[in-house]
Write a protein that binds this ligand. Structure first.
Ligand code: 6CM
Length: 258
């Protein structure tokens, strides 16, 4: 059934009017739908290699190079008890929390708040020796597919944030002293409610968030492959552990937002 799901239609239904009216919308809809489809696809027969396993967290990558640059696609899955997909994507999307959990960040600027669910960012990331410092310009879109009745693994319900690079005339690449990186990232969360909670009030113990995180980052300019792969191997698990721990901490005493 999921194969037939018209994600474009579902994403449109969730979007604010301000997002729908924006010139970026067709691209946002296309990229978000494509990211959701591939995030839900599982690992299939592709050459995914498991490179990190830590409890429920599993990270896979495919080794890919373009013009001599490492652009290894990453796919990670995780399960965290006590938070919802909505909460997960809330803390990932809204800029006021970013410095709390984003360890690779030097500065984050909001270039334009297009809508409540779409924001344009310029970020400068920490320099990693011996490569030059990197920056990125991207739109970020928060979406969801509701399904209050049937929060099971097969139902299409989910929350997602997608970040995708975009050229901004106000921030040309190499306008500063950084090398521009290009990224496409999705963080998706599905809330699974334990059947034991049926007919009573749901507690945090009854919910599990099934997380999928996929990233493709093109470093944009020279960076030694071995260093880059070592950086990713260290930074991606660090990010997902730190970020989910952060969401758990922020929400533990708050009412559950399904
Ligand atoms: O998805 C993550 N963060 C989002 C919010 O900041 C956003 C950011 C993506 C940027 C990811 C790239 C950071 C790596 C910078 C260094 C690049 C190469 C240097 C050369 C080294 C030899 O989507 C979490 C991102 C977790 C990053 C591992």
């Amino acid at each position: 059934q999921t194969a037939q799901t018209n994600w474009g239609e579902l994403i449109r239904a969730a979007a604010t009017n301000a997002s729908l009216k924006h010139a970026y919308w067709p691209e946002i809809e296309r990229v978000v739908a494509e990211q959701i489809r591939s995030a839900r696809m599982g690992l299939g027969k592709g050459a995914w290699q498991l490179f990190v396993e830590d409890g429920e967290m599993k990270m896979y990558r495919r080794e890919v190079e373009e013009d001599g640059l490492v652009v290894d696609p990453l796919k990670a899955t995780h399960q965290v008890k006590g938070i919802t997909g909505r909460e997960l994507c809330h803390y990932f999307f809204y800029p006021e929390y970013r410095y709390d959990w984003e360890g690779t960040l030097e500065t984050m600027n909001i270039v334009d708040k297009i809508a409540e669910d779409t924001i344009l960012f310029h970020q400068i990331h920490k320099r990693i020796w011996p490569a030059a410092q990197r920056d990125a310009t991207f739109w970020s879109h928060l979406t969801h597919v509701p399904d209050e009745e049937n929060k099971s693994e097969d139902s299409p319900h989910m929350w997602a944030t997608v970040n995708n690079s975009v050229e901004l005339p106000s921030h040309p690449p190499n306008g500063g002293k950084q090398v521009r990186i290009y990224l496409t990232i999705i963080l998706m969360g599905q809330t699974i409610i334990s059947p034991a909670a049926k007919g009573r009030e749901i507690k945090r113990d009854d919910i599990t968030c099934k997380i999928t995180y996929c990233a493709v980052v093109n470093p944009g300019g020279w960076a030694p492959s071995s260093v880059l792969r070592a950086v990713y191997k260290r930074e991606y698990p660090k990010f997902l552990k730190r970020f989910t721990a952060y969401v758990l901490e922020k929400t533990k005493n708050l009412p559950i937002k399904l």
